[in-house]
Design a binder for this molecule. Sequence first.
Ligand SMILES: Nc1ncnc2c1ncn2[C@@H]1O[C@H](COP(=O)(O)OP(=O)(O)O)[C@@H](O)[C@H]1O
Ligand SMILES: [Mg+2]
Length: 270
Amino acid sequence: MSLHLDHFGLSAEPFTKEVEDQYLWTPPSKQESIDEIVEAIEARQSIAIFGEPGVGKTCVTRAVRRVLPPERFRLTYYHNATLGRRDFYRQLCLALGLAPSITAAAVFWAVSNHVEDLARDHVHPVFLIDEAHLLHQDTLDHLHILLNYQWDSKALLSLVLIGLPDLDTRLRLRRNRSLQSRLGRTFTIDPIAPEDTADYIRARLNAAGCDRELFPTDAIALLHEAALGSLRDIDRIATLCLRAAARKKRKTVDRDVVTRVLKQIGETRS
Ligand SMILES: Nc1ncnc2c1ncn2[C@@H]1O[C@H](COP(=O)(O)OP(=O)(O)O)[C@@H](O)[C@H]1O
Ligand SMILES: [Mg+2]
């Protein structure tokens, strides 16, 4: 067992990215996004979710998946956004359990048939494309066609595009107008607020079996400033702080420990 887990009586690494769905942290600020995204998908809309790296876009999407009833929604998740159009359709087939065809037209035909079959069974397919800012333009060019069933009269499929704010910029380009105009809503996941940082740290320590306040308020303030509201950065810095405090046999992770860690990783802003 790692020293810091032992020292602080933790049952597991608290700030790992392998957070299980049932332990996802859902404060009011996140719950609101989750509820609105669920509502949009239940209304069979296609949507886009933007946010800076590490603010929790993928985790929000996972929380959404937990809520949507599987008998009514079939979710397919992609993060291979760097693929070209042909590979994209091929992957789509594989994820849907269809035999990948050789030509783009055949793949498209297989996918559309499958989507229509699902519609007959009253199952609504939802294609989530994570890291969508990386999509090749020729894939992006084709996405709106996927949404265009039966002369655009029916929403047989919801696309959920998830990406950095660059995705927003790209979607606004004239070239991507057809796709953008088919998105029912867009959401921005904001960096978290200082009081959320405290709550997040507490929640994750709690999930790892610690109910003590390991990080005093002033230490959290410093950590928040350094992480700029990115949960991934909080994870990384908080883990280093726990290790440093354990090495020094401290009962809590005090401000001076955080200061030293930030200095070591060159992220101090003072
Ligand atoms: N709701 C959450 N509950 C628990 N941990 C979270 C949550 N949101 C984010 N995290 C933590 O922050 C990290 C980054 O979140 P992620 O959703 O991957 O960010 P993004 O997709 O915006 O880059 C995750 O690996 C996880 O450790
Ligand atoms: Mg992500």
